[in-house]
Design a binder for this molecule. Structure first.
Ligand SMILES: Cc1cc2nc3c(=O)[nH]c(=O)nc-3n(C[C@H](O)[C@H](O)[C@H](O)COP(=O)(O)OP(=O)(O)OC[C@H]3O[C@@H](n4cnc5c(N)ncnc54)[C@H](O)[C@@H]3O)c2cc1C
Length: 309
């Protein structure tokens, strides 16, 4: 069974999500990885090193959904699966491709059970649905954070495809949040803060702890709405879905909408004054007490132990 994976990249660098999508997709069959970029050379080199990749295909153009869906519909003829990450590009392209090919996509897959059987969360992550896809061709978006990344060390051949992606839409500019912390969607450790932090200044307690641990920073919607954290840090139903090895939740009650974003976390540590808070009950380890006392103690202890990732 042949698989075409659409690579995600940003600022000329292959996204870490792609390694995860490749590792998952390679369980379905040999993977051809498509890099669509104005200058694909460096991205294609990183893509070729991923284990599980049979061939890297490059196409000149931008990751803009309107024309990409048309290009993919031509390429899709050769493949049993077309797979993208459930990020902004995949969410835009795959439904268009599905409409073009008159197929039903299976989206937000978190587990591949077999060639035609997939698990995906529904009801904001409160239930998991098993979907059997009986179509001849399968269009999938996968949640990258649910899968382990593919190893490196491969040297797959790179083939430039003829033609280019002619988009009606044109990227004029992008405004970015500058951050030196890890990417939320793929981070191994996430430190999240809630409304209990009380101010943007106090939220730096969360950011400093995250920096020490080499972790990404997350926030509840309440903290984002209060202006303590930027909205691209929001975790949950209407924010990012995370699946770190460790989630440290500081002053977070554990509302259903927040829990919807952390179902994939392997270990949870909750710091909260309320022993009855839902997240405390769900946590593997709960530290009951005032975050303003616990966080400085925790940070000082990490310093004493020389822990820095
Ligand atoms: C349609 C919809 C979508 C939503 N989407 C999201 C989403 O994507 N993500 C999200 O997070 N929320 C979302 N929400 C909001 C959600 O319902 C909650 O309101 C929010 O998650 C609560 O945030 P919180 O835990 O910071 O605040 P609270 O629920 O107020 O909890 C604060 C916690 O801090 C503890 N605390 C207080 N002081 C201290 C202290 N000094 N030390 C330690 N602990 C302390 C308290 O005991 C409490 O448990 C959504 C809501 C709706 C209606």
């Amino acid at each position: 069974m042949s698989v075409l994976v659409l690579a995600d990249h940003d600022l000329g660098v292959l996204s870490p999500a792609t390694a995860r999508i490749v590792s998952a997709a390679s369980t379905l069959g040999p993977v051809d990885l498509l890099v669509v970029a104005d200058d694909a050379a460096a991205i294609a080199q990183s893509a070729a090193s991923l284990s599980g990749v049979d061939k890297v295909l490059t196409l000149k153009g931008y990751l803009v959904a309107d024309s990409l869906a048309t290009q993919l519909s031509t390429l899709a003829v050769r493949y049993h699966y077309v797979v993208a990450s459930a990020g902004s590009v995949g969410k835009d392209v795959v439904p268009r491709l599905a409409a073009t090919l008159d197929l039903m996509p299976v989206t937000d897959v978190v587990k591949i059970l077999g060639p035609t059987s997939f698990e995906r969360p529904i009801y904001a992550g409160n239930a998991v649905q098993t979907v059997t896809d009986t179509q001849d061709k399968h269009l999938l978006t996968l949640r990258a954070s649910a899968f382990r990344p593919a190893a490196g060390g491969n040297a797959a051949p790179i083939e430039a495809l003829d033609g280019s992606v002619q988009a009606v839409a044109r990227l004029l500019s992008s405004d970015r949040t500058e951050s030196d912390t890890a990417d939320l969607a793929t981070a191994q450790i996430v430190v999240g803060g809630g409304i209990a932090l009380g101010s943007a200044e106090n939220f730096q307690l969360v950011e400093n702890l995250a920096k020490k641990l080499g972790a990404a920073v997350g926030a509840t919607r309440a903290a984002v709405d209060a202006g303590y954290a930027p909205n691209d840090w929001q975790v949950g139903q209407t924010g990012k879905i995370i699946a770190p090895d460790l989630y440290i939740a500081i002053g977070i009650s554990g509302a259903l909408q927040h829990l919807a974003g952390i179902q994939g976390a392997k270990k949870i540590v909750a710091i909260n004054t309320d022993p009855e808070a839902p997240l405390v009950k769900l946590a593997d380890i709960a530290l009951i007490g005032d975050l303003f006392e616990i966080i400085p103690q925790l940070t000082a202890e990490l310093d004493r132990l020389g822990v820095k990732r």
